[in-house]
Ligand binder design. Structure first.
Ligand code: GDP
Ligand code: MG
Length: 162
């Protein structure tokens, strides 16, 4: 019975994660994917794309008043970005923990930015910051048919339910 209650309590959610052009160029794709995959989260979509400047402006629309907005959008559209959707219990919030603080000089060791980046303008990875942005960013970057709905064979081992 306890198992059934736990099964009912699992709240799967999805988040948008992107490896920015610096992470791709630095050969960090496998290292970053491994951190999400080894944690137990499930990959449901992935593609390598070079976003246009206007697409980058849409993605970062909430930062349009910031002084670094133009440079940020130029940078995001300067080369391939690895766009992904990851699924799991608490993945939106925990994904941000795996990523670490925005400024890598303040990110804890053990986080992606803490371990792999030095300056805020080249912090290698993006992750949605809440349920609303996750929904918006997933639909901005992916068509519904690009998301794979499948049961991972790992789920019973990761969550301890059948
Ligand atoms: P994030 O959600 O942790 O990525 O941080 P924000 O949403 O606040 O900012 C988006 C991105 O803008 C960050 O990941 C950085 O690449 C960049 N950024 C944020 N703050 C600064 C800043 O003060 N200077 C520069 N150059 N870039 C910044
Ligand atoms: Mg953000």
């Amino acid at each position: 019975m306890l198992q059934d209650q736990e099964a009912n309590a699992i709240q799967m959610e999805r988040t948008f994660i992107a490896i920015k052009p610096d992470g791709v160029q630095r050969g960090l794709i496998s290292e970053i994917i491994a951190r999400f995959e080894c944690k137990g989260f499930k990959l449901v979509a992935i593609k390598l794309v070079v976003p246009s400047k206007s697409f980058a402006q849409k993605h970062y629309h909430d930062l349009k008043e910031r002084p670094f907005f133009n440079g940020l959008c130029n940078f995001l559209s300067s080369g391939p970005v690895l766009a992904m959707v990851w699924e799991g219990e608490g993945v939106i919030r925990y994904g941000r923990k795996l990523i670490g603080a925005t400024d890598p000089s303040k990110s804890e060791p053990g986080t992606i930015r803490g371990d792999l980046a030095i300056v805020v303008g080249r912090n290698i990875i993006h992750g949605s910051d809440g349920p609303e942005t996750a929904k918006d960013e997933i639909s901005l970057w992916f068509k519904p048919e690009e998301l794979s709905n499948y049961t991972s064979n790992q789920e019973k081992w990761v969550y301890g339910v059948n």
